[in-house]
Design a protein around this ligand. Sequence first.
Ligand code: HEC
Ligand code: HEC
Length: 284
Amino acid sequence: MVSRHVVLLGLFGLLLLLDCRLDQSSHDCSMEGRVALYEQRIEPLFLEDRPKSCNQCHLSGIDLEMFLKATPCQTMACLDHRGLVDLKVPEQSLLLAWVDRADPASPLITAEVLAEEREAIHQWIDMTASCGHCGDFGDDPCGDEKPQSDDCASNSEDPVLSFSPSELHGCTDLALEKGFYEAFYVNRFRCFPCHFSDVSEIEEAPKWLQVGACEPASLATLREVEARGYVDTEHPMESLLLTKPLDEEQGGVEHGGGPKFNVGADPFYDALTVWLKRYAECRD
Ligand code: HEC
Ligand code: HEC
């Protein structure tokens, strides 16, 4: 009986000790301590062959890496600036909520992968919450250069060919986002320059077409298109995204930019209708 207590006490003491050491290491606010945590926990998340929770729903290019700045300190300052981390209540950070969205039952994004990712990000936020930011990056720690139309120029030639309707199956966020990218975003130069967010001439045209790195800009454009109600989920063929640039004689509505489609001989028009119908089926 006695010996059992001794063992238990011993275990308890060990746990306390361990706990203190863990506690200390997660609050090692020296630059070395910060760098060590970043290198050990965060950097491995960027390894090429490591599946990322975000890519269960988003195209590659949309993950933690899109927020990387010149140094880890600046990256964290930028995440804070964008409201993606909550340094008062780390557990409530939006970034963690995003990781938690992923379904741990998928083949690549296993529960273990998710737990590791979450825990690493959580520790990094915790450390910053208790140590404070490491550096002053002024009013705009993200220091983003203004995104421009040609940041994503790679797909400005012969774009429609990348769209294959047969690959557009399922109603997952990823499928719809990929479809929008391939059916609309790669063809967006047909709407240039009027609706591009970085172009200020042609004031009468609403600036819903977001620019910047390809995948994030495509996603931001999709959100904008949804928010502005350009997609009609009940009558997809009446979506403004389609009818505005459509010739009035072919069923379009009056458009400040004039007709842009050539129905019957226009792969862009065909691709967009396929995506719109699919989106409507999925969201209705
Ligand atoms: C289960 C699916 C899912 C996962 C996992 C997911 N997202 Fe999202 N994400 C969405 C959906 C749906 C939206 C649309 C807007 C919303 O619901 O917030 C979105 C919106 C976004 C946006 C656009 C925000 C805006 O409106 O401007 C960004 C950026 C983003 N997610 C990045 C990420 C990152 C980074 C991760 C991984 C850490 C991630 N997402 C994980 C589904 C997901
Ligand atoms: C030459 C300039 C120009 C081009 C190119 C152009 N548009 Fe427009 N577009 C306008 C103007 C101006 C308006 C605002 C007047 C109106 O509603 O017709 C507009 C309005 C719209 C609207 C409605 C906006 C709203 O909030 O009511 C949509 C949707 C739209 N355009 C889609 C497109 C698409 C898709 C393309 C490319 C295939 C395109 N436009 C190409 C000038 C242009």
